[in-house]
Design a protein around this ligand. Structure first.
Ligand code: ATR
Length: 282
């Protein structure tokens, strides 16, 4: 009997060669004995629509979307679920009868990773560094979970736009903080958890940190959503000062697990996913 062609999954972004999503998802498919295959697709901005049309006609069940397309991909989708619509960014696409449905699992992934490390979100003051696709998901989800959010971004206007959207959609107060050392130092004195959602510190420029160590204080919990390297310069600095630190592996694993639930309605083997990622990152 001819072996059936595997159903396809993937992650689309640019650049993408360092993504561990293929490794993590293929480990799940192997563990569960599923004839599925997950690949990374490095696609230039101008080719994104053609790429998605090819997937639509192909054997695809799902895609993840990463830097820099989480926001711009929306225009090519057929519909968004409630959460993706709220957040206005998509990291997960489900193919259903050649329709592309947008979802977002980043916010939930981040919250799960924080909870796993014993952090309660409700009532916490959280400073989000960055205002891109990941920041959107995290700021919205943490607001929904009852945190008080402040946002600081290199491009102030993007932080203002995100804060305005959260205020209007959720009717909650959101602070916008200047991306300057003095302003960040000041807000950190009344912050419980800092979450870096910028790409600063990511491989290969591993010596960089989005903020200087001088602004940190030992009472702060510092989370970095960058997972490659596991211990970013920001986390190194924070650890040295005595902060509790949370690396990006937890969020990476949980956002992937939530995507698998959307695509396949399965209970993902979190332990397998975390193990292969940690092994790869050393
Ligand atoms: P993602 O989908 O992962 O959130 P993104 O939407 O491209 O990726 O957002 C990247 C974030 O990292 C942005 O907040 C960006 O700041 P700008 O809005 O000013 O571009 C931030 N970022 C990237 N490089 C940075 C740098 N060198 N210093 C500070 N912030 C940086």
């Amino acid at each position: 009997m001819m072996k059936e062609k595997p159903k396809l999954f993937g992650v689309v972004g640019h650049p993408i060669q360092h993504s561990l999503s293929p490794l993590m998802h293929n480990a799940v498919f192997k563990k569960l004995g599923l004839n599925y295959s997950y690949s990374a697709f490095d696609i230039e901005k101008n080719d994104l629509d053609i790429f998605l049309d090819r997937c639509r006609e192909g054997n695809f069940l799902g895609l993840n979307v990463t830097i820099p397309y989480k926001i711009s991909v929306i225009r090519y989708l057929d519909s968004l679920d409630e959460k993706a619509k709220l957040i206005n960014a998509v990291n997960t696409i489900k193919f259903e009868d050649s329709m592309l449905l947008g979802h977002n699992t980043d916010g939930l992934g981040c919250v799960r990773a924080l909870e796993e490390e014993g952090e309660r979100i409700k009532g916490k003051r959280i400073l989000v560094l960055g205002a891109g696709g990941a920041a959107r998901a995290i700021a919205f989800q943490c607001t929904l979970e009852g945190a008080e959010i402040a946002i600081s971004n290199r491009t102030m206007e993007k932080a203002m736009r995100l804060a305005k959207e959260i205020r209007e959609k959720l009717n909650r107060r959101i602070l916008v903080v200047n991306f300057s050392e003095s302003s960040i130092r000041e807000i950190i004195s009344t912050t419980d958890i800092l979450i870096n959602t910028t790409s600063v510190g990511m491989h290969p420029k591993v010596r960089r940190s989005p903020i200087s160590p001088e602004v940190l204080d030992p009472e702060l919990t510092v989370m970095d959503i960058v997972y490659n390297p596991i211990e970013t310069q920001l986390l190194k600095n924070a650890k040295r000062i005595g902060c509790k630190t949370i690396d990006g592996v937890g969020m990476f694993v949980h956002q992937g697990a939530e995507s698998l639930k959307i695509w396949l309605d399965i209970k993902p083997p979190i332990d397998v996913m975390r193990r292969v990622v940690l092994e790869k990152l050393g």
